[in-house]
Write a protein that binds this ligand. Structure first.
Ligand SMILES: [Zn+2]
Length: 240
């Protein structure tokens, strides 16, 4: 079933159960009331009977309310999933080993939805190329920004001349690239200036931001231990 159809079904179920629970609540209150009246009039036998009926109705009512609470929980999970589906950028990762494709999409899913929204990221794609940077290390991913729309395209490259070897590295590369997007598209000028003057890096402040970003979202404890000031800075950015 499509998530939206499933959501409609659950909402209808919740409605029905709530209606029945409300009826039962009226009923058991009425029964308790009548039981008290019967008792006051000296009819102990009837009072006991009515009170037992009241308890039965109350038990049924409470069970229904619990079912309703479970359904609401289910509904929240489903809504979270559909929100994800609609904000995740287009991915075009064919050609990568499936486990590596999954590592990329799982990583995107662990980041705040706002950071991987289709409004900011047009595409996450696989280039099938092996590119070595000036340092002699492979460039595992890079990001291009569309000059007109400002939207980003994240490109994942090979890790070795023949393909891939580390799932951990593809996760790191993916989160790092989203860090570039957040730096350019989400930080305010003031936040950027503040970061730039405090956290420079041989490769420039944007690079150090992207690295801190991936630490913050993939391994926050390590960031707190190794770069406590960067961790505090990120906490205060309130990016989520
Ligand atoms: Zn970078």
């Amino acid at each position: 079933m499509l998530p939206n159809a499933e959501i409609q079904k659950i909402l209808a179920e919740i409605d029905e159960k709530k209606k029945r629970a409300d009826e039962l609540a009226l009923e058991f209150r009425r029964l308790y009331q009548e039981s008290q009246e019967a008792y006051a009039e000296g009819d102990g036998e009837l009072a006991k009977e009515l009170s037992e009926e009241g308890h039965e109705a109350q038990d049924e009512c409470e069970a229904l309310n619990e079912e309703v609470a479970d359904l609401y929980r289910e509904l929240r999970d489903l809504k979270r999933q559909t929100a994800r589906i609609s904000v995740l950028p287009q991915t075009a990762l064919q050609g990568m080993p499936v486990s590596f494709q999954k590592a990329v999409t799982d990583t995107l899913n662990t980041l705040p939805a706002r950071h991987v929204s289709a409004k900011l990221i047009e595409r996450v794609s696989y280039s099938d190329r092996y590119i070595v940077g000036s340092s002699g290390n492979p460039i595992q991913a890079n990001t291009n920004f569309n000059k007109v729309t400002g939207k980003a395209t994240i490109v994942i490259n090979r890790q070795t001349p023949t393909g891939f070897k580390s799932l951990g590295n593809v996760e790191i590369a993916t989160a790092h690239e989203v860090g570039h997007v957040v730096y350019r598209e989400i930080l305010t000028d003031r936040q950027k200036a503040n970061w730039n003057s405090n956290f420079n890096h041989p490769k420039g402040p944007e690079e150090s931001f992207a690295e801190s970003y991936r630490y913050y979202y993939l391994n926050r404890e390590k960031l707190a231990k190794d770069f406590p000031l960067a961790k505090i800075f990120f906490d205060q950015l309130n990016l989520e």
